[in-house]
Design a protein around this ligand. Sequence first.
Ligand code: NAD
Length: 264
Amino acid sequence: MIKVVLVGAAGRMGLEVLRAISEADDLELVGAVDRVSFGESTAALAGRGVTDLEISNKLGLTLDTVKPDVLVDFTHGSAAPENAMIALKRKIPVVIGASGLSTADQSAVRESCREFETPACLVPNFAVGAVLMTRFAELASAWMPDVEIIEIHHKDKIDSPSGTAMNTAERIQAARRETPRRVVGAVEKVAGARGAGYKEVQIHSVRLPGFIASQEIIFGGAGERLILRHDSIDRASFMEGVKLAIRKVPILQGFVIGLDKMMF
Ligand code: NAD
């Protein structure tokens, strides 16, 4: 049994992860932490069948008390690096699901992994289909360098572009054999009309009710276009990936980014 503490347990993803861990035969939920809903019961929040624990608001104390094998973080990008340090200092491997970590944050987590000789992973997207989409995009980028990304998330997602879109752009840039075509003298009549440029990929972020997480990658070539699209229509889509990361993180080396490193 892999003993797991979840931080961000009362959030939208947290509640789904509480259910997924409780249902898995080889995982044991031993702690649930959140800065809200502390004192409440996980079963009352996430439903019957969920391992019943009292939600704590003290991560360090919980880790010292229950001594888990893995910490899973579904808080926010602003909180996740600090939470990771708290666990890594105690030599507890970490799965970071929260998005929005800056490059500096990622470097700091990587450094802590080195210092405390404990692994961690950051997974921009736990949906297996989304990981496959990124992989297909790498293949296409070698032949079709002109590409733009439209990412669509629920209206409460606070960071943009999404971690998945940024990761996709990084992979596209690394896989390109030619630089994309630039339009000289292009004019944006409204700032941001062409989206955000990252790694020579324009990313367009949409925030709307009626969506969980979707992404479309549009490749344009002479007389043809190729469109890759993935939709997470339910947060359940992330759970196989979350469980895979929990199982694999203890045997990773250092700081690893992306579920693909654990899938392929
Ligand atoms: P949410 O706002 O519903 O939940 C976040 C929870 O974290 C809240 O309950 C909040 O109280 C708690 N929290 C915040 N800071 C905390 C801290 N310092 N200590 C303890 N608890 C803290 O958000 P959500 O929709 O559940 O998403 C959570 C994160 O996961 C976001 O960053 C989101 O972008 C990311 N996400 C990642 C994936 C993926 O596949 N990697 C998928 C969906 C969401």
